[in-house]
Design a protein around this ligand. Structure first.
Ligand SMILES: *Cc1c(COP(=O)(O)O)cnc(C)c1O
Length: 358
């Protein structure tokens, strides 16, 4: 267990202000009073794990992250149970993925136990910021890392900063979404950064999300970078198809982000009489299947929204198509409830996924 020094804020949020924030937190509007910071110095390793008041840092204008985009992040949640204990969901998977993202971006990998200790320390200190479980509220935790070394040459930086911040997240009623199949953009290609959780992937996706909105859709369904033929993911969520034959089909890993929610739902599939199948699936197979009823349900999944029903597609070739009757399907709702119930301790946790913080 790493030793964290703690510098407490001299200006803590009052109970009244925090309770008002927790009554209607939204997402990313309020931050807990402290943050974790750990610096990496080339040659010397990870230095001085510390908790400091939430607030600005100073950064040299030549810091490499500002120029060449070495930045990675994670997203996970702390859940308050009915007995007031606070739990995480598979934080070890986030810690492991953070190492993978760092390696892909040429950054110093943070030891997994330091990642886990950082999250635990911050959540323990800020447990009063974890909302009650009603309406699926939680504390959203954002670990991230930047290249902090001031240097304008193009190479891997020597120095990095890892930090953890957290924001209370309000009730997330996952509204059904329609997906736009963009003919113009891709998010990933073989050998690219699609498997890393890096800010650059998101920067490159924003213009396509704008295009989706112009076409009446809430999100993009990305296709592969070579042929625009194979389904990839939604860009903040992975995608799954329920088939009439009782399969739960999702694209194989390779150029997509390996979601913890995706992995977990694949493990739960058989309990919902669905056979989990990871394989390439083409846009034509999806759109034909949606038309014929071979694919009666589609959903997207990720930590923020857990499971989001996909009720339609829009594409330049085929226009607007509705999935099923345009409503969230029964398997989608069942799986969503099962996962949320495990996270909040209301259902058995057969795989030991949940970890108590305090
Ligand atoms: C984070 C993320 C997901 C979802 O991953 P979870 O671990 O389930 O939250 C999916 N796609 C992309 C591109 C992501 O960044």
């Amino acid at each position: 267990m790493a030793q964290f020094s703690i510098t407490r804020t001299t200006n803590p949020t009052s109970d009244a202000v925090r309770n008002a924030a927790l009554a209607d937190p939204g997402f990313g509007h309020y931050y807990v009073d402290h943050q974790v910071v750990i610096d990496y110095v080339g040659g010397d390793g990870w230095q001085d794990p510390r908790i400091i008041p939430m607030g600005e840092w100073s950064l040299h204008p030549a810091a490499a992250t500002l120029h060449y985009g070495q930045e990675i992040f994670e997203g996970l949640k702390a859940y308050r149970r009915d007995d007031d204990s606070i739990w995480l969901f598979r934080p070890d998977r986030n810690a492991a993925r953070f190492v993978g993202s760092a390696q892909r971006m040429g950054m110093a990998p943070l030891p997994e136990d330091l990642f886990l200790d950082s999250v635990n320390e911050l959540v323990t200190l800020e447990k009063s910021w974890v909302p009650v479980s009603e309406n699926e509220q939680s504390l959203y935790i954002r670990p991230f890392m930047i290249a902090s070394e001031p240097y304008l040459g193009v190479r891997e930086a020597n120095n990095y900063r890892f930090a953890v911040i957290a924001t209370p997240a309000g009730p997330y009623y996952s509204e059904p979404v329609k997906l736009w199949i963009t003919p113009n953009y891709t998010r990933s290609a073989p050998g690219g950064t699609g498997t890393a959780k890096c800010g650059g992937n998101y920067a490159a996706s924003l213009v396509a999300t704008q295009e989706a909105a112009e076409n009446g859709c809430g999100q993009v369904l990305w296709t592969d970078g070579a042929e625009h033929k194979w389904v990839e993911e939604c860009g903040t969520m992975n995608i799954m198809f329920v088939t009439a034959d009782g399969e739960l089909v999702t694209p194989s890993l390779g150029t997509i982000l390996a979601g913890v929610t995706r992995e977990s739902i694949l493990s739960l599939a058989t309990m919902h009489d669905l056979k989990p199948v990871e394989r390439p699936i083409s846009i034509d197979e999806v759109l034909d299947g949606v038309d014929s009823g071979q694919i009666p349900e589609v959903f997207a999944c990720g930590t923020a929204a857990v499971v989001t029903p996909i009720v339609g597609f829009n594409s330049p070739g085929r226009g607007v198509q509705q999935v099923g009757d345009g409503q969230p399907g029964p398997k989608t709702q069942e799986i969503r409830k099962h996962l949320v119930d495990i996270q909040y301790g209301r259902a058995e946790d057969p795989f030991g996924w949940t970890k108590r913080v305090c």
